[in-house]
Design a protein around this ligand. Structure first.
Ligand code: ADP
Ligand code: MG
Length: 266
């Protein structure tokens, strides 16, 4: 398959919970190997878009193609083999052991009631090694810190052996060092990524391209440099900021200005 082939194509996607559409005729795509960010204010539809892609919600309209094939024509197992979902660290409600959570990533590779094979156990251990948590297999998930929990969730996605990660604000509530660590782990895997990202500076650091959602619509798209301008951020978020290219990272870095200062400016 060509290097820059399209992994995910979303066409004319719409979804409503009630009267008002949460996602309103959205089009975008993710190429193989790209790290694509979905940004936009709270309630702009990022999670809803992702839920239709990982099939937690059925679209009202539109089409979602994975590797050129409509996901609506795939079994749940087939689509689960193609994409791993990384949510927020508090999404696991029960008190499983670390290795049990990671082993859940093996589910699409197995039949119902299949026992864990040596290969499964190897994959679980290997996945935990990737995030530096191989010594914590027997620990209980709920007793871990937020940063450790999210590393377990990344390990679950690694154990799934999928090369496409769908992530929904995966570093919410985490300290800055864990935010960087989580995105670094994912980037080192070299997988294709579609991630909702809350923090615009994180989006600038890690994403190849961005789509900006506002009230359920894609209003901007492009590289972080093209999208994250002072004028665009004011339009979409209603805040003032300065944007400069950081000499150490060569990426755009945004400094937000306090609200009182914004009033004085206008
Ligand atoms: P984001 O992830 O960008 O914050 P969401 O996709 O969660 O946005 O929400 C988009 C819109 O849909 C918002 O107006 C939100 O209030 C609404 N919404 C989200 N989830 C539900 C739900 N389960 N039931 C009803 N409305 C919802
Ligand atoms: Mg959300």
């Amino acid at each position: 398959m060509a290097e820059n082939s399209v992994r995910l194509q979303v066409r004319n996607l719409s979804f409503s919970y009630g009267e008002k559409p949460a996602v309103d005729h959205v089009d975008f795509h993710v190429n193989r190997g790209e790290f694509v960010g979905l940004i936009g204010p709270n309630g702009s539809g990022k999670s809803t878009v992702l839920k239709t892609i990982y099939r937690a919600l059925p679209p009202d309209e539109g089409e979602i193609l994975l590797d050129g094939k409509p996901i609506a024509d795939m079994s749940y197992r087939e689509s689960a083999l193609k994409m791993a979902v990384v949510g927020q660290e508090n999404d696991v409600p029960f008190n499983f052991k670390v290795r049990e959570i990671v082993a859940m990533g093996r589910t699409p590779h197995k039949r119902l009631f299949d026992l864990d094979t040596p290969e499964d156990r190897y994959m679980v251990h290997h996945a935990l090694e990737h995030v530096g948590m191989e010594d914590m297999e027997e620990r209980s998930y709920l007793h871990l810190s937020g940063g450790e929990r999210q590393r377990v969730i990344i390990a679950r996605a690694v154990a799934q052996e999928s090369d496409f990660f769908i992530m929904d604000e995966p570093t919410n509530h985490l300290d800055i060092s864990y935010q960087l660590q989580i995105f670094d782990f994912v980037r080192r895997l070299g997988v294709t990524v579609l991630s909702a990202i809350h923090d615009l500076n994180m989006a600038a650091l890690y994403c190849d391209r961005l789509y900006v959602l506002k009230r359920g619509r894609v209003v901007l798209e492009g590289t972080p440099e093209e999208v994250l301008t002072e004028a665009n951020i004011r339009d979409v978020y209603g805040v003032s900021c300065t944007v400069a290219k950081h000499p150490a990272t060569d990426k755009v870095a945004i400094t937000f200005l306090p609200a009182r200062r914004q009033k004085e400016d206008t």
